[in-house]
Design a protein around this ligand. Structure first.
Ligand SMILES: NC(=O)C1=CN([C@@H]2O[C@H](COP(=O)(O)OP(=O)(O)OC[C@H]3O[C@@H](n4cnc5c(N)ncnc54)[C@H](OP(=O)(O)O)[C@@H]3O)[C@@H](O)[C@H]2O)C=CC1
Ligand SMILES: Nc1nc(=O)c2c([nH]1)NC[C@@H]1CN(c3ccc(C(=O)N[C@@H](CCC(=O)O)C(=O)O)cc3)C=[N+]21
Length: 301
């Protein structure tokens, strides 16, 4: 069997097209949504993501406010910028790129963002709403993963899902979303015993560990849906000295021989993360203006 490829890039483009239409309608009423992205320090990989976010924000017709701060920025300075963005009526969504430099307590910054503008869904209020089944802003990467899984299979009730990784930004909210879909969810991590055996139980396997190609073909149940969140830069000497390429947490060729459907890296979850960020910004803008959130149902042929 050769797995079908879940085309996250195409799905994300479809989602952005629907968002563009909705933003156009809002702009006509003088209510253009705005997204502020804050980056502290010069990590080149992070800067590429921030540039991509800003470009796509403008492409869907939203206003983009980019704040690039030096690596030496103090916690107090960042908190005061966040307070200003909370108070700015042109800003509907605020994203502070993680990780932050050592002198800044990331949790403090996350908790300083107005939960109504927390388009990352990282604030404890939004994390708690997700856990208790109350509508709120949901973390973009897990939301994107769920949309991709449901593009293959709409009804997930009763399926065994294994989430590899328990971070607050991916693993935990992913598990909550899958519980919400009535999956039987196992969350595995670095202390889990016999990881391959645990993974082999999964009808749905979401890998978010940050370990290049750790998940092998023989960890995967025949016919499983595999979602690879990992973004790992590894050396790629064949394209020149010092060159790198991006691989996921799953050994893609092996896995696609066993799975029924699989997300590629790049072109899988990554583009969905950004599309869902724009979706969340639209939702935050609608909520703040007491407008209904438009349906963005995306179906690929
Ligand atoms: N595509 C996208 O849009 C996004 C991609 N990413 C990528 O996803 C990956 C995960 O990100 P994130 O959740 O932030 O990472 P974290 O480093 O915060 O969490 C990694 C998790 O994986 C677990 N883990 C690490 N090594 C192993 C191992 N050898 N065996 C089992 N479990 C292990 C850790 O366990 P423990 O808790 O025990 O330490 C932890 O729970 C990264 O590659 C990141 O770049 C992240 C965000 C968005
Ligand atoms: N506050 C905050 N929110 C985040 O959502 C957040 C963050 N901080 N810090 C970093 C991680 C990582 N992340 C990605 C987003 C898009 C791609 C993406 O678009 N990837 C493309 C290109 C990959 C490449 O070639 O480099 C793809 O997978 O096809 C990847 C990773 C968001 N993150």
């Amino acid at each position: 069997m050769s797995a079908s490829i879940i085309d996250g890039k195409a799905y994300a483009a479809g989602l952005r097209a629907r968002i563009t239409d909705a933003v156009g309608d809002m702009a006509q009423q003088g209510a253009t949504p705005g997204l502020a992205v804050v980056i502290v320090g010069e990590d080149p990989a992070s800067q590429i993501y921030v540039k991509n976010k800003a470009r796509q924000t403008v492409e869907v017709g939203m206003r983009s406010f980019e704040h690039v701060l030096p690596a030496s920025t103090s916690e107090a300075e960042l908190l005061s910028l966040v307070a200003g963005l909370n108070a700015d009526p042109a800003v509907d969504g605020i994203l502070v790129q993680l990780p932050l430099p050592r002198q800044i307590d990331a949790q403090k910054v996350i908790e300083a963002i107005d939960p109504a503008k927390d388009v990352d869904g990282f604030h404890p209020i939004n994390a708690g709403k997700l856990m208790t089944g109350v509508p709120g802003l949901v973390s973009c990467t897990p939301l994107g993963c769920l949309l991709l899984i449901q593009s293959v299979q709409r009804d997930l009730a009763g399926l065994n899902a294994v989430v590899l990784g328990r971070s607050n930004i991916v693993g935990k909210p992913m598990a909550q979303l899958l519980i919400g879909q009535s999956c039987t969810v196992t969350v595995a991590h670095s202390k889990t015993r016999d990881l391959p055996e645990v993974c082999r139980e999964a009808d749905i396997l979401v890998a978010a560990v940050g370990r290049p190609e750790m998940v092998r073909g023989d960890w995967i149940k025949r016919g499983a849906i595999v979602v690879d969140v990992g973004i790992n830069r590894v050396p790629n000497p064949s394209s020149g000295e010092g060159k790198t390429r991006v691989v996921g947490d799953v050994a893609y060729a092996e896995a696609s021989a066993v799975a029924s459907a699989i997300t590629p890296v790049p072109g899988g979850v990554g583009p969905m993360t950004i599309a869902c960020l724009l979706r969340n910004t639209l939702e935050a803008a609608c909520l703040r203006r007491s407008l209904p959130m438009p349906s963005l149902d995306v179906r690929l042929a």
